[in-house]
Design a protein around this ligand. Sequence first.
Ligand code: SF4
Length: 367
Amino acid sequence: MVEGRGTKIMIKRRKTKTVKIGSVKMGGRYPVSIQSMTKTDTASGAIRQINALEKAGCEIVRVAVKDMSALSALKKIRAKTNIPLVADIHFNYRLGLEAIACGVDCLRLNPGNIYRREEVRRIAQAAGKRRIPIRVGVNSGSLRTTNYELRTIKIETLMVKAALDYIKMLESFDFYDIIVSMKASDVSATINAYRKMSRLSSYPFHLGVTATGSGREGLIKSAIGIGSLLLEGIGDTVRVSLTGSPQEEVKAAKEILQALGLRRFDPEIIACPTCGRCQVDLLRIVKDVNDKLNTIKAEVRPAKVAIMGCEVNGPGEARDADIGVACGKRSAVLFERGKVIRRIKESQIVDTVIREITSKEREDALV
Ligand code: SF4
């Protein structure tokens, strides 16, 4: 169960085995972690991007290892970064063996293109020796299946079968350090696959909807797919796949987790949409608060902040937040942790809210 102030969001996380990628533990007892993937050629620019990702709050980074040049880059990346590192391996199992030797913290294998028993056995053996996990990363775009099966069997069923078969193969080599993902570009198929798998396996899940596209479309698909599963307690680490910068993926993942009350990273601003009852310039006030918060993030602790337009829903939301303002005619009532503090003028709202969030005394009280 996760509790927010005033409201209680009941999310009962699915119980899973615990798996560790570098220093990040995942499974039902641990916070849902955030991952992303570098988008530069691994041989050039990846270290800069990894540093930027880490700064944005990314906790695990995946890099594509597509050939030998990426492998030599991987050694440098490992030497110059500390973030838990996942090597993304397709087609050539030897790249997986070499990546393990480079010191990565996890391999992602695709059952659609590395599936020969002896090859998988050799990787499992090497990963087992280094005690690093393997993510069984099924993707609807690279399923090993026939056209007939694709026409007659649901994609989620094919994905679950592919993951289960691969898990069985790894287990037959006494390898149990497994994370599972089954990503489709179709949101419903993705949700159904994870739901089904949650009843069949106790390995932790890496959640994501694949190839969602860019901008609003990608964000909405990801938020629905990942968010629906998390609400059901399913999912242990997330990657929001966007056709955009990886830092945007991290930002979106944080916002999904924060919206569900699973983790808190930044102040959460609750603001009403405004209507004809509103007698202050609420849009400007909310924008100014957000702009100021963006410039002082390092000094701000996560808090729930309500900025509401009038007396209809304002006092209720403001009282329920850590800091709240319920506006009236060119003025507002300031609340702190449920108590009325004082009335302030419209022109004082932005500075007052920022001061309340950043004040040292308040910080201690809010956490
Ligand atoms: S809180 Fe008041 S101003 Fe805001 S949308 Fe509701 S009724 Fe309108």
